[in-house]
Design a binder for this molecule. Sequence first.
Ligand SMILES: [Zn+2]
Length: 169
Amino acid sequence: MEERQRYRYVGPDEIRDSPAGTVAMDIITTADLRSWMNAQQHDPDEMVTFIVTVAGTLRVAPRRSEHVACARGNDVLAAGEMTFGRSEFGWSVTEVTNQSTGYCADPDCWPAVAAALNRADIGHPGAFTYQVVFRRCPSCNERNIVHEHDFTCALCEQPLPLHWNFPVV
Ligand SMILES: [Zn+2]
């Protein structure tokens, strides 16, 4: 397997250090997904928090969960939110984004998400349905979400780099 980019938690310490209390579950098969949804009384249309572990496994948690709690403080290959749907072909992901201000993973993390879903036999759209572009401000260190190709820091208004620039693991 090719070496994938790992992402380290880049959010505030107080969130990382808060007690987990998150009901997260590794999804190895669609049976895992079904039992997690039943246990959570999860509405299938509702977004869930997800991460992909460094071992390449999909792990989900209720949407209110912090990604770092879902990851138990560890590095990840991907982080974001997704919704699931059921069709005659089985379970599939209907919407998926890399939205996670805790990990700020680049949209380039998609192949790790696809591989984890393929492994669990869960269908997917083949790409993020919504991509979030994260940049760290080199001037003030603020985590930014870039909107409408405006590479300007929302906090200090200094320019943001064109390439993903969080600390690499
Ligand atoms: Zn700034």
